[in-house]
Design a protein around this ligand. Structure first.
Ligand code: NAP
Length: 540
């Protein structure tokens, strides 16, 4: 038995950071909802030989990082939580960041994840060793080797600050919405907020009352709907606590409504017209000045960009200390901010609410696959994957919230949980196959899945709504969103189809071993994997 397998079987545990890297069955990268969920799922499957590598000093992912004033979720609390960890005590219909963050800590404790956590372990390099069939993992803490890597770094984790000429010479404070500088006093300051996405719409109403002057740089106006938020009553909480079925029913109803909405986005044929009329009325109700109203009226169809939910964004924009510059930030000259339309604004602080690196993930530059290419190089022409979770050239590597798994209208936790089902089956298949084995996605299976997704996106509002959004990559291709219901995605990821993988083994003895029968219903077999990737539709 080789060294790694001895460690894997628990007979040889090394102190991490001293001597050769410790070997684990699974290394999870990231401890947001995806990484924590993967950890819980592995434990539920009886797998305890894993670590969760986290670059920060706490769990929570995006909900740990985004501490900006007003940070809250725009998906209802009872849906934006794990199905396996219902929380009867949500305090509001839409939770605030602090409550969601506390929930992730709670899940970490209740499901025994803490001993697996390796905080301040930022992954520097993940290299596939094709001879040993394992991943070599270098981190800022200890190094590891792992049979399987689950990359759960999230698409909304690395901020984008636009490369604005002159920004370096700005004398005041500058920070990104997801890296809020709580040490900066905003009261009495001239604050500029750049961007009008979901983050800015929450920040603006909270910053406006204290600021001496607030300028919002708006390149593209968002569609904004009223947010039906309210505190959850004590009676409701008691009911959910003592009769859990009521909480499940509430979640079910929230889920079903959103499932029914999906076609309005994917068909792109105008089903969102009624919602668009509500948004126009919301705008008209709050913005009386015709010039400001015109500036805040989108010229693209609703749904093309993320729809915002807010009751206080528009009112904040009408306050005397607030100015909307309907133009992007083009240049900074000392403390003067110059917009694309030439408007000049003085500022003491600049807040960039300018989004994240979604379609060019920095972590992809650190993952080196079977032929020595990085994941970033492999995705140079656009991200692609098998079922949003596996990538050809990267064996035994699963990405939670991979390409085309994002949603425009529902809870990402639902998508994550579908991917956890797939992860569980992936681990089961490896166990059944036995020995030192790796599953390498077949390029034709990846291509088939990519074509299927692309075809489905063709007529979607995201592709045809006449806007530019973070859903599209630099080629204008939508490599981020899932063009179906969460129920369909769940069905498509229920189990691993071995026909979509090549089975890799190390030792010649293993290669000569008799064929291991695949689990019932699988199209591949261990000894002779199928060479044709079935069309995803067939699996739907
Ligand atoms: P975002 O949606 O990517 O918005 C970035 C904003 O910055 C856009 O308005 C963009 O304008 C603008 N921008 C970029 N460069 C600019 C420049 N030079 N001058 C002026 N404006 C510029 O980022 P985000 O608001 O952080 O949201 C990202 C995603 O995170 C959301 O879509 C959502 O999925 C999630 N999120 C959710 C919540 C929630 O649950 N409530 C809250 C925050 C974030 P263009 O539109 O013209 O590109």
């Amino acid at each position: 038995m080789d060294r790694q397998r001895q460690a894997h079987h628990g007979t040889e545990q090394r102190e991490e950071g001293a001597g050769p890297p410790r070997h684990v069955r699974v290394a999870i990268v990231g401890s947001g909802f995806g990484g924590l969920g993967a950890a819980v799922r592995l434990r539920q499957e009886g797998i305890t030989d894993f670590v969760v590598l986290e670059r920060g000093d706490a769990v929570g992912g995006t909900w740990r990082d985004n501490t900006y004033p007003g940070a809250a979720c725009d998906v209802p609390s009872h849906l934006y939580s794990y199905s396996f960890a219902p929380n009867p005590d949500w305090r509001r219909a839409f939770s605030r960041q602090s409550d969601i963050r506390a929930y992730t800590e709670h899940v970490t404790d209740v499901f025994g994840i803490r001993p697996h956590l390796r905080l301040r372990h930022e992954v520097q390099r993940l290299t596939w060793d094709g001879a040993a069939l394992l991943w070599r993992i270098e981190t800022t803490g200890a190094d590891f080797t792992a049979d399987v890597v689950v990359s759960a770094t999230g698409p909304l984790s690395d901020p984008v600050v636009p490369d604005v000429p002159g920004l370096d010479g700005f004398p005041g404070e500058v920070f990104h919405s997801s890296r809020w500088n709580h040490g900066t006093e905003l009261s009495g300051q001239r604050v500029a907020v750049v961007g009008t996405g979901a983050s800015a719409a929450q920040i603006v109403p909270r910053v406006q009352p204290a600021a001496a002057a607030l300028t919002v740089f708006q390149r593209t106006p968002p569609w904004v709907l009223p947010k039906l938020d309210r505190p959850i009553t004590t009676a409701e909480r008691l009911l959910h606590r003592h009769i859990p079925l009521t909480a499940a029913a509430r979640r079910g109803a929230l889920w079903a409504v959103r499932e029914l909405q999906v076609r309005a986005f994917t068909r792109g044929t105008g089903e969102l017209r009624a919602a668009q009329a509500i948004a126009r009325a919301h705008l008209a109700r709050h913005i009386k000045d015709p010039a400001l109203r015109a500036a805040l009226t989108p010229s693209y169809r609703m749904g093309c960009k993320r729809i915002l939910l807010s009751n206080d964004y528009y009112p904040a924009l009408t306050r005397p200390n607030t100015t909307v510059v309907a133009s992007g930030l083009a240049e900074v000259r000392g403390s003067t901010l110059i917009a694309d339309d030439g408007t000049a604004t003085e500022a003491d602080v600049i807040v960039f609410a300018t989004g994240f690196r979604v379609t060019n993930l920095p972590v992809a530059e650190r993952v080196v696959g079977a032929d020595g290419t990085t994941l970033a190089e492999s995705w140079d022409q656009g991200m692609r994957s098998l079922r949003g979770i596996a990538v050809d050239g990267f064996p035994n590597f699963l990405t939670i919230i991979g390409p085309n798994t994002g949603l425009g209208n529902s809870s990402m936790i639902l998508m994550i949980e579908s991917q956890l089902n797939y992860l569980a089956d992936f681990m089961r298949q490896l166990r059944i196959l036995g020995g030192r084995t790796a599953l390498a996605p077949r390029p034709e299976a990846v291509a088939s899945w990519g074509d299927f997704v692309e075809r489905r996106l063709e007529h979607s509002i995201w592709n045809t709504g006449n806007c530019r959004s973070w859903y599209l990559d630099r080629f204008g291709r939508n490599t981020t969103l899932w063009p179906g219901t969460t129920g369909e995605f769940r069905r498509l990821l229920r189990e691993v189809d071995l026909g979509e993988y090549e089975i890799l083994r190390t030792a010649p003895a293993d290669l000569a071993a008799p064929a291991v029968p695949a689990a019932p219903g699988r199209s591949g077999s261990a000894a002779v994997p199928s060479t044709t990737a079935p069309a995803p539709e067939a699996a739907a």
